[in-house]
Design a protein around this ligand. Structure first.
Ligand code: HPA
Length: 293
């Protein structure tokens, strides 16, 4: 029986099982395309538009990849795409696997590990987030300087796979300074300015209470969301370079006195998504011109 017909996304995936799983995933992708990506880009809520800019795209629905379930969050399409952006080979994740859907942390991070296996040395994570820093209103694009993993979960639980990464990975500089600088210069080239700050990753799926928003501000967070942190940890474990951008879609709960809605988050993503897409295209174009990876 093909395993992909019978995926239980809650099944624990310890690091030690990742090498065999990634080998199967890599083979499934390689059966469809020979593109070797330089960048892996995870597109968050409402940010999927960048996929339309891809030249010569090969799109693989999650459900066609061994061990992956169909993505379920509204606003998330759920496919892996390989193609060229600014004549540079890239792999995009349109929609991602979230913890709040019941996915095991090991499954949540498999897309970024697969991107690395396929050849991407640099991972760019994007997400929609609530603004904790009062200066970061809806529409703010924030380069992630560092994160707080407040999910209470880790993708690295269980026996390690030393061939992928160390038992105790260093997280001193998860979001590479040189990539953060390149994001700022790409934005400047587009006549925009990016904010920068700390992203707090929570389990969700409920938005925060106003008391939790005040707590997050006290803890040093500038933005809050329900993704990204586990992917960043796994990517660093695997030796990949990481950067990230949060699209602030709303002020944190309690700041305006109005309830938060998923529709508001998607609408703000639709408004600001094209701006972030311009920054990403310029980021890739600049690296091509400077010859850096
Ligand atoms: N909180 C958590 N996740 C989010 C938010 C928020 O306010 N907005 C968009 N994603």
């Amino acid at each position: 029986m093909p395993a992909e017909l019978d995926v239980d996304p809650r099944t624990p995936i310890p690091p030690s099982e990742q090498p065999a799983r990634l080998a199967r995933l890599e083979a499934a992708v390689r059966a469809r395309t020979a593109i070797v990506p330089r960048y892996g880009i995870v597109l968050g809520s409402g940010l999927g538009g960048l996929a339309d800019d891809l030249a010569g795209p090969v799109a693989i629905p999650f459900a066609d990849l061994p061990g992956w379930p169909a993505a379920t969050a509204p606003g998330h399409v759920g496919r892996l795409l390989l193609g060229h952006l600014e004549r540079t080979p890239v792999v995009l994740l349109q929609g991602r696997l979230h913890l709040y859907e019941g996915n095991d942390p090991g499954l949540v991070v498999e897309p970024v590990l697969l991107m690395g296996r396929l050849g991407a040395a640099t991972i760019l994570l994007t997400n929609a987030a609530g603004g904790i820093n009062p200066a970061f209103g809806a529409g703010t694009l924030m380069v992630i300087a560092d994160h707080l993993n407040l999910t209470g979960r880790t993708p690295l639980l269980g026996p390690n796979a030393d061939e992928i990464g160390p038992r105790f990975p260093d997280l001193t500089a998860v979001y590479a300074r040189k990539l953060r600088e390149r994001l700022h210069s790409a934005a400047a080239g587009e006549g925009m300015e990016l904010a920068e700050g700390v992203y707090a990753g929570l389990l969700g799926p409920a938005y925060e209470t106003p008391a939790e928003v005040r707590m997050l501000a006290t803890l040093g967070a500038d933005a809050v969301g329900m993704s990204t942190v586990l992917e960043a940890i796994a990517a660093r474990w695997a030796g990949l370079e990481v950067c990230g951008v949060s699209l602030v879609t709303n002020a944190g709960a309690g700041y305006t006195g109005q309830p938060l809605t998923h529709e508001e988050v998607l609408a703000a993503g639709a408004e600001a998504g094209p701006r972030l897409a311009r920054v990403i295209r310029r980021f890739i174009l600049n690296s091509r011109e400077s010859g850096s990876v």
